[in-house]
Design a protein around this ligand. Structure first.
Ligand SMILES: [Fe+2]
Length: 164
């Protein structure tokens, strides 16, 4: 597919985001499964629920632009593989939880960058409703990231580093 104008480029960003959220919804299930700390388990499971809502929002936007979620984001595939690999090789529940948070925050930051970009493109195209929707999701991603920081700092990282 060739991208020939700014609107098409914006829609391609939405397709990329839909793929990222789609892959993340699978990955978060696996991560919540292997997490030990209850707060972390809940945060990952809650964010998984939120991810489904985010995906729905993107699908609505794509439908409005007469496009489908048909792209596979390879950057997300790579991040997901790294996350799975890390969770597998880390020994011990406390250390694994710390690694899960580190991975989850890298994923979150990727999403924050992608939503920020998509929202900026929507603004440039004067698609104010799109921009509002994307900002709403962006804010929820930032809240999810902040919650992970709190869990890391308050419990998971102190417990994991007690064995260094
Ligand atoms: Fe999301």
């Amino acid at each position: 597919m060739k991208i020939e104008n700014f609107t098409e480029m914006y829609v391609a960003e939405l397709q990329e985001l839909a793929s990222v959220e789609n892959q993340l919804s699978e990955l978060l299930l696996e991560m919540a499964e292997v997490a030990s700390n209850q707060d972390l388990k809940n945060a990952l499971a809650d964010h998984r629920e939120q991810t489904l809502v985010h995906l729905e929002r993107l699908e609505t936007l794509l439908t409005q632009h007469r496009a489908k979620a048909e792209h596979t984001d390879q950057a997300m595939q790579a991040l997901a593989n790294e996350t799975r690999k890390m969770a597998e090789i880390v020994e011990g529940n406390e250390l694994r939880d710390a690694a899960l948070i580190a991975s989850a925050q890298k994923l979150e930051h990727y999403m924050i960058a992608a939503y920020g970009t998509a929202a900026a493109l929507a603004g440039q195209l004067d698609l104010r409703d799109d921009q509002k929707t994307l900002h709403q999701t962006l804010e929820e991603e930032m809240n999810a990231d902040a919650l992970l920081t709190r869990i890391a700092k308050s419990a998971v990282n102190p417990a994991a580093s007690a064995h260094s």
